[in-house]
Design a protein around this ligand. Sequence first.
Ligand SMILES: Cc1ncc(COP(=O)(O)O)c(C=O)c1O
Length: 450
Amino acid sequence: MTTINRKKLNELCAREEQKFIAEHPKSAEMYVRARKSLLGGVPMNWMRKWAGAFPVFVARAKGAHFVDVDGREYVDLCLGDTGAMTGHSPDVVADAIAHRVREGITLMLPTEDSVWVADELKRRFGLPYWQFALTATDANRFAIRIAREITQRSKILVYNYCYHGTVDESFASLCDGGVGPRRGNIGPPVNPAETTRVVEFNDLNALEDALKHCDVAVVLAEPAMTNVGIILPDAGYWKAARELTRKYGTLLLADETHTICVGPGGCTREWKLDPDFVVFGKPIGSGIPASTYGCTEEVAERISARIALEDCDVGGIGGTLAGNALSLAAIRATLQNVLTTRAYESMIPLAKRFADGVGAKIKKHKLPWNVQQLGARAEYTFCRKPPRNGRESAAASDFALERFLHLYALNRGVLLTPFHNMALMCPATTEPDVDLHTRIFEEAAGELMA
Ligand SMILES: Cc1ncc(COP(=O)(O)O)c(C=O)c1O
């Protein structure tokens, strides 16, 4: 088996670090300033994770490209980790937002856009009732609360190494056969073993064992895992899993925040899933904070029967700005004009081009890696066979190698998502954008294996 020469990897990393620092003097300067007033020198903790001594500071972004403060232009394959899957600032959304901004941003009253959007979501996902929040995290949290309330069960179930935003219950992982806080979990409110059951993806026996306790309100799941590499469900997995949830009285929440990359109605529509809830955030408003959760007729009836009018504003579901006029205008413009069936027809073949290109270079350099595609996204992982669950995928992760490949790409004008090796296509991405990455990937692999 081909192994990576660690000494060579370290030398190449050091060289790329020097190149990065030399070529980004203005970002370096801003980072020095930032460290005096931003915790860790960044506006958000995870921005420390970018490859390189500091993050590049952005000047402007449009479509599939952005320019940093040093005037360097990049192909953006990270796209705000899906927040900008629409491409940066699509004109039609920018116009709709500009119009709405002048006509009232937030009122605590509905606008006609909310009705148009809910009708469209119903058409896309097949679920009849919709509510809005500002982040996918909140949409997940609110749906979980509803699930707990109507089932009167305390626990939720998640897959090992899942990510669903900063939902407390989901920062749990399997350790020594039991459930414990996920590595890096900052100040967990309670031991997640109290709130959460965790199983490996694609393991129906484990799922049944966990559901058998009849204390799980809802399974919170991405239809395909996307946050620990791309992990596709086995054929028939969701059909059987859905039967199990029904057998044990557990609800199913399809978090389509990333899997919306497979089509306008996510996996729910493409794979004919039949969830009780759907959550969709991030790109739904082209990056304007917005998210939604939908539910079935039955869930709607059960929860409506339990909410007294007098208490409907203090139930732990909501947010002053949730469902605001600006978010809804952004969602309407996005669904109507940007994340359309036509857009997917160009984005998905580009992801295939990425996967084919990278796959060919992996083969050429005899690297023990694989590449997976899911709709408009593709990702390579450092193991020969595509992982079938979170544990397998996490075991194949290689932080130093990942950082090298990311920095190598960044230094040559391509941005990958910082947390793993994901590349996402937007409607403005082009074949030359994808091919640039393939050439850079091959160069990096060539240097590494020379
Ligand atoms: C599948 C999934 N759900 C929910 C979220 C949370 O999104 P947000 O951070 O916008 O709340 C994420 C974030 O990466 C995600 O990947």
